[in-house]
Design a protein around this ligand. Structure first.
Ligand SMILES: Cc1ncc(COP(=O)(O)O)c(C=O)c1O
Length: 391
C-alpha cells in the first residue's frame, strides 16, 4: 500500500506539551527585556514586581480579598508540600486520587507524614473517585485537574460550605482555564509553566482565612525545613504574602509570569481564558468523533479536562496487540509528529495507559489544533501500516 500523503498545513506552533506549556500567542524573548536581572528581589522594584504577580493573579482569578497569596519555592510541588507539611495532622484526612500526581500526594501523606487517620478514595485512569464521600469534618486533599488522566473535578458542590476541615487543592493544570469555587477551597496551588505558559520556577500558594487560622493555632509534630515555614512566633509571616519570598526567585521567570498575566488581561481576563480552553476541547471532541480511532480516556464529558486532554486508541487492531506493542504505538505517533515538527511531547505520561496527551489550555490556538488533527490521522495510519507490515 502506498503511504498516505502528508497533510499540507502544519500548526504554526507545535508546542502541545502538558508542561512546560505553550507560550502565549505572540510571545518572544523580547517579553523578558524589562526583567530586573542582576537586581535584588528584595530591592524596592524587585518586591514591587513580585507583589504585582500576586495582585494581578488575584484580580484575574477573582481570589477573595481575605485570602492570602504567596510566591513559594519549588514550583507547584513546593507549594503543595508546604501546605501538606504545615497543615495536616490536626484532623483526619480524606485523600482523593485518580492519577499520578494525586498518587504522589498520597505517598507524601501515607508514607512520609505517616498519617494514620487517613481515608483514601481512588479511581482508575479516566474516572473520578466518589467525591461525595468527603466528610467535611476532615481535611481533603485532591488535584482539581488530573494532568496525567485528563479527568477534572466538575464543580465544588461536594464540598460543604460549613466544613470544619480544610480543602487542599492542587490546581496547577486547572487554574486560568477552569472556574474554581474559591469559597470551597482553603488551599490552592499552581505553577507558572502551565495554563499561562510561563517559565517554571517558584510556585503559587493561596490560603483561605481558615487555613491561616490552622497555621496559627496548630503546630505539626514533624520538623519543617526553612522553605516550608510560614509561621514565626506563632504568627503568619505576612511579608511572604506581599512578595517577600523565603528564598531567591528568578526575576527572569517573574517577568515572564507578569507577561502572561498582562496577556490574560489584554484578551479579556478569566472568562476569555476559560472560553479558549473550552473551544479547544470542543475542537478536539469534534475530531475524536470523526477520527475512527481516537477516544477520550475520560468517557464522561462532565469530567473531561479542557487543558490536559488525554486520548486512548479505540481500534480493534490495537486491542489485539500485547501490552508492549500497545505502548509502542502512541510513542511512534508522537515521534513521527515530532520529527515532522508538527507536535512536540504528546505521548501520554509515563504512568498513564498508552495514549496521547494534548495540551489544550488557554495559550493554545484552536487553529493550531485544527491543523494538527489531519497529522494525527496521518501518523496513526502510518504507524498502523508499519506495524501491520511487520506481522
Ligand atoms: C496536577 C499536577 N501536580 C503537580 C505537578 C508538578 O508540578 P511542578 O513541576 O510545577 O512542581 C504537575 C505537573 O505537571 C501537575 O500536573
Amino acid at each position: 500500500m502506498s503511504p498516505a500523503p502528508k497533510p499540507a498545513v502544519r500548526p504554526a506552533n507545535p508546542c502541545f506539551s502538558s508542561g512546560p506549556c505553550a507560550k502565549r500567542p505572540g510571545w518572544s524573548v523580547a517579553a523578558l527585556e524589562p526583567a530586573l536581572v542582576g537586581r535584588s528581589h528584595r530591592s524596592k522594584p524587585g518586591k514591587a514586581r513580585l507583589a504585582e504577580v500576586i495582585d494581578r493573579s488575584r484580580a484575574i482569578l477573582g481570589i477573595p480579598a481575605a485570602y492570602r497569596i504567596a510566591i513559594v519555592p519549588a514550583s507547584d510541588t513546593g507549594a503543595v508540600e508546604m501546605a501538606l507539611w504545615s497543615l495536616l495532622g490536626a484532623r483526619g484526612v480524606d485523600m482523593f486520587t485518580w492519577e499520578s500526581f494525586g498518587a504522589g500526594w498520597l505517598t507524601d501523606i501515607a508514607k512520609q507524614l505517616k498519617l494514620e487517620d487517613l481515608r483514601t478514595f481512588e479511581a482508575p485512569y479516566g474516572e473520578l473517585p466518589d467525591l461525595a464521600a468527603y466528610d467535611g469534618a476532615r481535611d481533603a486533599v485532591f488535584t482539581w485537574n488530573g494532568t496525567t488522566s485528563g479527568v477534572r473535578v466538575p464543580d465544588g458542590n461536594w464540598i460543604p460550605a460549613d466544613r470544619k476541615g480544610l480543602t487542599i487543592c492542587d490546581a496547577t493544570s486547572a487554574v486560568f482555564a477552569m472556574d474554581l469555587p474559591w469559597d470551597k477551597l482553603d488551599v490552592v496551588t499552581w505553577s507558572w509553566q502551565k495554563a499561562m505558559g510561563g517559565e517554571a520556577a517558584h510556585g503559587m500558594l493561596v490560603l483561605s482565612p481558615r487555613a491561616v487560622e490552622r497555621l496559627e493555632s496548630y503546630t505539626p509534630p514533624w520538623p519543617l525545613p526553612k522553605i516550608f515555614r510560614m509561621i514565626s512566633g506563632g504568627k503568619l509571616i505576612e511579608g511572604l504574602f506581599r512578595g517577600e519570598t523565603i528564598n531567591t526567585p528568578s526575576m527572569l521567570c517573574v517577568e515572564d509570569a507578569l507577561d502572561g498575566l498582562a496577556w490574560a488581561d489584554s484578551i479579556g481576563g478569566l472568562k476569555t481564558l476559560i472560553a479558549r480552553a473550552d473551544a479547544n476541547l470542543a475542537a478536539i471532541a469534534r475530531w475524536v468523533a470523526r477520527s475512527g480511532w481516537a477516544a477520550f480516556l475520560a468517557a464522561d464529558p462532565a469530567i473531561r479536562s479542557s487543558t490536559s486532554v488525554c486520548l486512548k486508541i479505540a481500534d480493534p487492531w490495537f486491542d489485539r496487540l500485547d501490552d508492549k506493542a500497545k505502548a509502542a504505538v502512541p510513542k511512534a505517533i508522537a515521534q513521527r509528529l515530532e520529527d515532522e515538527g508538527v507536535a512536540y511531547d504528546i505521548d501520554a505520561y509515563r504512568d498513564a495507559p498508552p495514549g496521547l496527551r494534548i495540551w489544550a489550555g488557554s495559550t493554545v490556538e484552536t487553529a493550531d489544533l485544527e491543523a494538527l488533527f489531519p497529522w494525527l490521522d496521518w501518523a496513526y495510519a502510518a504507524v498502523k501500516d508499519a506495524a501491520s507490515a511487520k506481522v
